[in-house]
Design a protein around this ligand. Structure first.
Ligand code: GAR
Length: 353
């Protein structure tokens, strides 16, 4: 229905003393997670309206390649569900216009949000119209992205590992991965590169290699990603069907929801022989400590800083005349061998073949 019709209908509901529940989302490929969620939302009142993101806003949220179904088809499927009483398509990245027009009694949202992480504009328009906000838990393992992944997994033998890269700097490790792919040494493809630094050299390298690369605003912090950035990165990498996230000189900590959504599928390269010299400029730390040997490590990412399980390492001797720069340069040469090798070793477990 269009918004004007929905407003007139809603007025009739209010006159009859009925409570309106509103929720919003992309609902690209309907699955049991959606239907259970919608049934629960409908129980919170007498009627349920779904505000559906239009195609441009789905693309902006989930990345190129989404939606899989256009907005008319998605609206038709949604309207056919027995627990849905009305569907309104909206544009832009927030449903404020629909909230303001329909003034729902209850607003329901999926459980990867908290009341605090709701978009502030949406939240203040909900508060203004006195809507009760209800966060409903999501059904684990049911999502459009996991459905897409299962369909791809049905064809694992011929399938390439889909890599997403996060990089903050020059991107020489991203380049080393891409070079190994082009040389036929790694059965993989880099499907998405995201950077928290707008003018990082990795953007140019990606462009030269014909790979998709985007800047993601990291938010207000220096060493971690803001909540919106975590979510945007997670959504883009899920939408791109990424099997493995490679941190390649990515200088921020990775936290939930990104960490949870890709549990056991995020790896990092670090310029030291871990567990020694975690943190920044590890090669300088090694030089200052006077150790005879430095190196580099590829490890799984967990919630600590450079603490996850080690996958592989390469050693580099520290020479008497080494400066921080000369040592880092030799470590980087080894990194470019190590990273593709470590990724290759993970392919059987990641693709299940
Ligand atoms: C690499 O040496 C990598 O090990 C390091 O940043 C450099 C990035 O180079 N990463 C860390 O220190 C992470 N803690 P690149 O942008 O040319 O790949």
């Amino acid at each position: 229905m269009n918004l004007d019709d929905a407003v007139a209908w809603r007025k009739g509901l209010a006159d009859d003393g009925k409570r309106l529940v509103l929720t919003n989302g992309c609902f690209d490929l309907i699955h049991a997670g959606h239907t259970r969620y919608l049934a629960e939302a409908r129980e919170l009142g007498d009627m349920l309206v779904v505000a559906l993101n239009d195609d441009d806003s789905v693309r902006a949220l989930k990345g190129e390649g989404r939606p899989l179904n256009n907005q008319d088809d998605r609206a038709e499927v949604m309207a056919a569900l027995r627990m849905v009483d009305g569907v309104v398509v909206f544009s832009g990245d927030r449903a404020t216009s629909v909230i303001e027009a329909l003034k729902p009694d209850v607003y329901a949202k999926g459980g990867d949000y908290t009341v605090d992480s709701l978009n502030p504009e949406e939240r203040s328009s909900l508060e203004e119209c006195g809507a009760q906000i209800e966060i409903l838990s999501l059904v684990p393992g049911r999502s459009t992205s996991s459905t897409v992944r299962k369909m791809r997994d049905a064809d694992t033998d011929s399938r390439k590992l889909r890599i997403g890269v996060l990089a903050s700097g020059s991107g020489s490790n991203m380049q080393a991965i891409q070079d190994a792919i082009e040389a036929g040494e790694l059965n993989a493809e880099i499907v998405m590169i995201l950077s928290d630094v707008e003018d990082a050299k990795v953007h140019q390298r990606a462009k030269d290699a014909g790979l998709p690369c985007r800047y993601v605003d990291p938010g207000p912090f220096k060493t971690k990603l803001g909540e919106a950035a975590q979510k945007e990165i997670r959504d883009r990498l899920l939408a791109a069907g990424v099997d493995l996230i490679c941190l390649a000189g990515f200088m921020r900590m990775v936290k939930p929801p990104l960490l949870d959504s890709f549990e056991g599928r995020i790896i990092n390269i670090h310029p030291s022989l871990l567990p020694d010299f975690k943190g920044l400029a590890a090669w300088k730390q090694a030089l200052e400590a006077g150790v005879p040997e430095a190196g580099c490590t590829v490890h799984f990412v967990d919630s600590g800083m450079d603490t996850g399980a080690i996958i592989d390492r390469e050693r580099v001797s520290v020479l008497p005349n080494d400066t921080a720069e000369s040592l880092h340069a030799r470590i980087q040469e080894k990194e470019h061998i190590l990273y593709p090798r470590a990724i290759r070793s993970l392919i059987p477990q990641l693709l299940g073949n």
